[in-house]
Design a protein. Structure first.
Length: 410
């Protein structure tokens, strides 16, 4: 059996068609399939309607040998994915005793004494289906093989779908179709816009192996290299080196690296502590820092403020605000000095800016300043951010971590 490097993805749920939730599963699965050498020929969204969903499966199986469908495996009457697959394949569902016991054990482990009667639907199988374990929920997946075709049914919630893909489905597909696995490398860039990065690495987009893609992400621009073949490692290492020579320190990490994690590693390596005076990210920066498990070893704390009056109450001189403004390089540097002093830390960060669409203190919306104080003195950066409240907060917090990393590398 061959799949001709093509698969189809079906996303199931009326809530997807109504715009109540965003379909992230299709995007995730398409990207993951590509990494094991399987391209997606089509992605379809269907509602919880048997008359609509059944022909979607039938048509997909007529076009390709591999179909992955997420959603519609719940216990309620509108969870129809299993029934539709059974009808398309001409098979009769039956209650699998082992699956039923697994479900009852799951409810017992969860502290519930009795499984609701309607959950028994999730213990149904057809002769061509084998259950796929789901330790993160009540809906087992299905691995179905018949007439040279493979259908994989996956729960819709990402917290169930993604572990099932990683731990169960991906290994089975790799085992079934060996030799197709690709090597990937993701380089993470900050401090340059997408258009600038695109222009600088443009020659590499025309390569056949490795291929290069560019993506805008919350923590900057990601460049993903995908290489195949016996010399995949050498090919990808060669292009990565060339890209690093072009973008230099704008590349802050690779693959699973996070900017908070990369910054934490530098602080720990140098034995330095950090404190923050934040009037720009609303505590977002503190949340990012605290998200790193080792943060207790270097992070002293934050002052998170709103109004100018609160800033002055924590030590910003009223004269400084009157002369330079509460949103200024002088204010950012003064805040960094105060954070360093109040928390007795090696490094202080000060952040002040306008994250909303309404300007203040004579500054344009999206104007922000980051100050840093350490044993060498103070420095600052002028940051222009998207003037949309939540987006701006995250962007400014990421910028602060990136500039802190720059300072630590000097």
């Amino acid at each position: 059996m061959t799949i001709h490097n093509q698969a189809e993805i079906i996303s199931i749920g009326t809530e997807l068609l109504m715009g109540e939730i965003v379909d992230t599963n299709a995007k995730y699965l398409a990207a993951e399939l590509r990494l094991i050498g399987i391209e997606v020929g089509r992605a379809t969204t269907a509602g919880d309607d048997k008359t609509q969903l059944t022909p979607v499966f039938r048509e997909a199986l007529a076009r390709t040998d591999l179909v992955l469908a997420s959603g519609g495996l719940g216990p309620t009457d509108d969870d129809l994915t299993r029934d539709c697959v059974a009808e398309v394949l001409g098979e009769t569902p039956f209650l699998d005793a082992a699956l039923e016991q697994d479900l009852r054990d799951y409810f017992t482990r969860s502290g519930r004494q009795q499984m609701p009667a309607h959950n028994v639907r999730q213990a149904m199988l057809i002769p061509s289906a084998k259950p796929i374990p789901n330790p993160n929920g009540t809906a087992p997946g299905w691995w179905v093989e018949k007439n040279g075709k493979i259908i994989v049914l996956i729960p819709g919630p990402p917290r169930e779908m993604e572990p099932m893909w990683r731990n169960e489905i991906r290994p089975r597909l790799i085992d079934r179709f060996p030799g197709k696995v690709a090597l990937t490398r993701t380089l993470k860039v900050f401090g340059m816009g997408e258009a600038t990065v695109n222009e600088l690495v443009a020659p590499f987009f025309h390569l056949d192996n490795p291929t290069l893609g560019i993506y805008a992400k919350p923590d900057g621009i990601h460049l993903r290299l995908i290489s195949r073949g016996d010399n995949a490692i050498a090919l990808i290492n060669n292009i990565e080196k060339q890209i690093r020579d072009i973008l230099k320190d704008h590349i802050w990490g690779a693959d699973e690296d996070t900017l908070p994690g990369a910054t934490a590693d530098l602080l720990l390596k140098k034995g330095l502590t950090l404190a923050v005076f934040d009037c720009g990210t609303g505590g977002t920066l503190s949340n990012l820092i605290n998200g790193v498990e080792s943060s207790l070893r270097y992070y002293r704390g934050s002052l998170v403020t709103g109004t100018d009056a609160v800033k002055t109450a924590f030590g910003i001189a009223a004269e400084l605000v009157a002369e330079h403004g509460a949103i200024s390089t002088a204010a950012a540097e003064a805040m960094a000095v105060i954070a360093r002093s109040k928390f007795n830390s090696d490094i202080g960060l000060g952040i002040t800016g306008i994250s909303g669409i309404d300007g203040a203190a004579g500054e344009a919306p999206g104007t922000a300043f980051i100050g840093l104080a350490d044993a060498q003195g103070t420095v600052h950066w002028h940051q222009t951010i998207i003037p949309r409240h939540n987006l701006a907060r995250n962007q400014l917090a990421i910028a602060a971590l990136f500039h802190l990393r720059e300072r630590l590398l000097e």
